[in-house]
Every structure is written in C-alpha cells, then in structure tokens.
Write a protein that binds this ligand. Structure first.
Ligand code: NAP
Length: 472
C-alpha cells in the first residue's frame, strides 16, 4: 500500500515488509517515510486544519457517519486485514472491525455535541450585566501514534474524535501493523474527509514519531503504546497537549465467596485474548487462600483447552504473538519465575511466535512475571491471606490501568473500587472489558487523559471564555 499525506497518495523506494506473524509470509509492503515526509505532512495538515475548522458540526457528523456505514459494510474485509497483519484470530479481527465502526459512529455523534457553558458572571463583584460563555475550538493539528495490538480500533479512537472536533490528524501506526490504518484512510477519503485533513505515514517510530512529536505546528499528541516510548514522546513534545494511554500488568482478585466457574471463565477471556497482548489483560490473579487451590483446579483444564493455531481457521481460539522475540521473552520470564520458586501448572513451551497458553502458580509480587508488563499468553496466580493483602498486592505496581474483583459482598466490592489505584475497575469480571463509549484511561505509569469519543473530543479541543461587557 502507499502512504497518504499533503493531500496525495505517495510512494517511497524504501519499504517496510508487513509479515503475517503466524507464518512470516509477506502480506504487503508499505513505504518507509522519513522525517522530511513528516515535515511535509505537517505543512499539509496545517492547511487541512483551516479547512476543518470551517466545516459545521453537522457536516463533520455527515462525513464520519458515512465512514462508519462503510466500515460496518466492510467489516469482514477489515477483520481479515487485522487478523493477517496482527495475528489475532479471525473472530477477534472481525470483532475489532465492528468495534472500530462503532467508535467512528460514536465520534460522528460527538461532532454534533460540542457545546459550551453559560457563566453566571453577575455573581462576581462589579460584574453586573456582563454575560459570559465558553466556546470549544479545535486544537488544530493532532498527531496520533498507535500500537500494534488493535491496529484499527485504536486508530479510530484517535482519528474519529480528532475529526469530530474539527482538527486535521496525522496517524503514525505501528510498523508491524500499518495496513488497517491505511485502509481506514481510504474509507475516510471516500466518505468526504478533506484530503489535507488526514494523513497516514508509515516508518520508524524513532525517526518519524520523533519528528512529528517535537514539531511546534502540532498542538496535540495522542499516544497509545509502551511506557518507555511514552516517556520519550513527553521529553520531546515541549508545550503541547498530550494524552498517554500506556501499559499495565492488570490484577484480578478472587475472594472466597466468588463464583469460581465464572471467575475461571473471566481469567480465560481476559487473560488470553489476542495471545495476552492487550493492555488490560489479566496478568496477576490474586486468590484468597481458602479458594486458591480450587481456582487453580478449575483453571487448568480451561487453559489447556485453548486451541492454538492458524488465526484464519474458524476453530482457533488463540493465534501467535506479534514477533518471535516477544514469544522468547515471555518464555524467559516464565522460566525465571519457576527458577525463583513459582510452579508451572501448564503450558510453558514455544514454537516460533506461538507461545502455549500458560498458567503459573505461587507467583510472588517480586518476580518479573508479576512486576512488569508481560504482554503475552501467561497468567500468574498468587495467594493472599485477606482482602487487605490482596488490595496491597494489586497496588504493588507502577501501573494502574484496569483491575477486576470477584465477590458477592458489596462492602468488599466498594473497598476494591475505592482503594485499588486503577483507571478502570470491574466487579465480577476480569480487567479486560471496554465499551467504546466509556471514559477509558490509566493512573500512575499507565498514563493520563481519557479516550472514548466523548472524552477524547474534550482532550482534542480547547476552551475559550467569552465575556460580553454590556451595560448593566
Ligand atoms: P510501542 O513499542 O510503544 O509502539 C507504539 C507506537 O509508538 C508505534 O507506532 C511505534 O512505532 C511508535 N514509536 C516508537 N518509538 C517512538 C518514538 N521515539 N517517538 C514516537 N513514536 C514512537 O508499543 P507496541 O509494542 O506497539 O504496543 C504495545 C504497548 O502498547 C504495550 O505496552 C501496551 O500495554 C500498550 N497499549 C496500551 C493501550 C491503552 O489503551 N492504554 C492500548 C493498547 C496498547 P514503530 O512501530 O515504528 O516502532
């Protein structure tokens, strides 16, 4: 595929090969854009922002509504592209495509709702007769940098609100999975997005990402990815608005009054989806000692029953990891935990990019598999003596994106909601659940700022205060 910027589809001699993570076959190639392309893209986007600013909310709604309709109609095709470049199962890819269409639909709706607030200024001393109100205006040029694991929906979570708010947007997708983002640009152009208002550049995050993030013509950066890259972006961004959606090692606490079958189903659904490569995957299961052994007993056959294979085959429940080096890393972390006293319940082996669904028991919070973001298909189970200890364990992390708790007791549930430091909290489900309309974002090193079109539009607009000084 080609890249799109400065209002045109363009090619470059240098290419990036996009490979299917399952069998390493080349799916397609994309141009390797450079820092000078980033410069040209920003110049185009500055003009695009001026065009967007003049469109009415209703016109922006109509364009995004049309794009959402096209995405719903092309769900199967988009799902296949996602599955081919990312390695998730075809079921997961098609589901992501449908969520992406919904995200675009929600963004379209938000284009109609950019309201302000009437300010009761005559309540201030000496301000009798004055009238004040707020106006929301677009930021101008938005840069959207996205990770590999949801190559379409996470792009839509930035592009949809950016356009709804009246900005121009430049997307820099992950180099492993750029095809879904480029396909989205085709759809947006067909739906009527002004060509200068949308760009998508593929190329090295180090070169291109840096050039985009440090440029002073850019007013807003919306980044989803790792903490390490997030910190690099914040260092070069300077005086810009920034949203950071970063990693996690999400906990799931199981209390003795939990429905253990439901809890085990939640561990499978939220720990192994997309081969554990989800920012809110259940990574650290903490069970109270009364149910610890029973939980492992109900989990083991479920983990062993996850069918691994070609993501395009309908029966496959889990596909490969994105790169072999990540599968190797997961294996090393599991082995290290076992060397330090953890117990391998099942899994623990690898063939190329395929790491077997793995369950590890007796995990201690000091082990790497618990302490850092694993981002792979292994779940560790740890024992706690009380709810206090379980909450302490959950908070023993530099991250705070999502957490889950299983209990029937409302007081325990409320303590969990109040005391666990996390942006998202799920009672009687695992940490991996998201409706695209809800506010979503992390605490601590999981980042700052919220996504979900309604909230992202706030982050991608600026507030002006207007005062009319009429005679009292
Ligand atoms: P990543 O390595 O941080 O890369 C993310 C994006 O940043 C890619 O497009 C990458 O480009 C680009 N990039 C790399 N270096 C850069 C730099 N110096 N300046 C600007 N951009 C740069 O993350 P990933 O491996 O793709 O994704 C996994 C991570 O994303 C995990 O930590 C996961 O938890 C997190 N994540 C968070 C959320 C959330 O909502 N909080 C959602 C999904 C994923 P290249 O691909 O060219 O290197």
């Amino acid at each position: 595929m080609r890249i799109f910027f400065a209002g045109q589809w363009q090619d470059r001699d240098q290419k990036i090969e996009v490979r299917n993570p399952y069998d390493a076959t080349i799916v397609d190639t994309v141009p390797q854009a450079t820092a000078s392309d980033a410069d040209a893209a920003i110049a185009g986007a500055v003009q695009g922002a001026a065009v967007m600013r003049k469109l009415s909310g209703y016109e922006r709604f109509q364009i995004l509504r049309k794009a959402a309709d096209a995405m719903f109609a092309r769900q199967k095709e988009l799902g296949r592209i996602i599955s081919l470049e990312e390695g998730k199962t075809i079921g997961e890819g098609t589901f992501e495509a449908s969520r992406a269409a919904e995200t675009m639909e929600l963004s379209a709706e938000e284009a109609k709702r950019l309201g302000g607030e009437l300010l009761p200024l005559d309540g201030a001393p000496g301000a009798a007769g004055k009238l004040g109100f707020t106006l929301r205006v677009p930021c101008g040029v938005v840069v959207a940098i996205t990770p590999f694991n949801f190559p379409l929906n996470l792009v839509c979570h930035k592009v949809g609100p950016a356009l709804a708010a009246g900005n121009a947007v430049i997307v820099k997708p992950a180099s492993d999975t750029p095809l879904s983002a480029l396909k989205l640009v085709e759809i947006l152009l067909e739906a009527g997005v002004p060509p200068l208002a949308i760009s998508c550049l593929t190329g090295s995050g180090g070169e291109l990402g840096k050039a985009l993030c440090r440029d002073e013509r850019v007013r807003k950066i919306s980044f989803t990815g790792s903490v390490e890259v997030g910190k690099q972006i914040c260092e070069v961004a300077g005086l810009k608005r920034v949203t950071m959606e970063l990693g996690s090692n999400s906990p799931l606490i199981v209390l003795p009054d939990a429905d253990l079958n439901k809890a085990a189903d939640a561990v499978i659904a939220t720990g192994f989806a997309n081969a554990g490569q989800v920012c809110i995957s259940a990574q650290r299961v903490v069970a109270l000692d009364k149910v610890y052994g029973d939980l492992i007993d109900v989990l083991k056959p479920r983990v062993e029953g996850i069918t691994v294979g070609n993501p395009l085959h309908e029966g496959t429940k889990m596909g490969p990891m994105i790169r072999e080096r990540d599968a190797v890393r997961v294996g090393q972390w599991v082995d290290e935990a076992v060397e330090q006293g953890a117990k391998l319940v099942c899994g623990g082996s690898r063939t190329g990019t395929m790491y077997k669904p793995t369950l590890v028991a007796d995990v201690k919070p000091t082990m790497k598999i618990s302490r850092d973001e694993l981002f792979g298909p292994a779940v560790g189970v740890s024992k706690a003596a009380s709810l206090d200890e379980a909450i302490q364990f959950a908070n023993q992390s530099r991250y705070g994106l999502s957490a889950g708790l299983f209990t029937q007791d409302i007081d325990s549930a409320m303590r969990f909601a109040r005391e666990v430091d996390s942006g998202n909290l799920h009672i009687n489900w695992g940490p991996m659940w998201r409706a695209d309309l809800m506010p979503y974002g992390g605490l601590k090193e999981s980042g700052f700022g919220k996504e979900g079109p309604k909230y992202a539009v706030q982050e991608m607009t600026e507030m002006k205060t207007v005062v009319i000084h009429s005679k009292p």
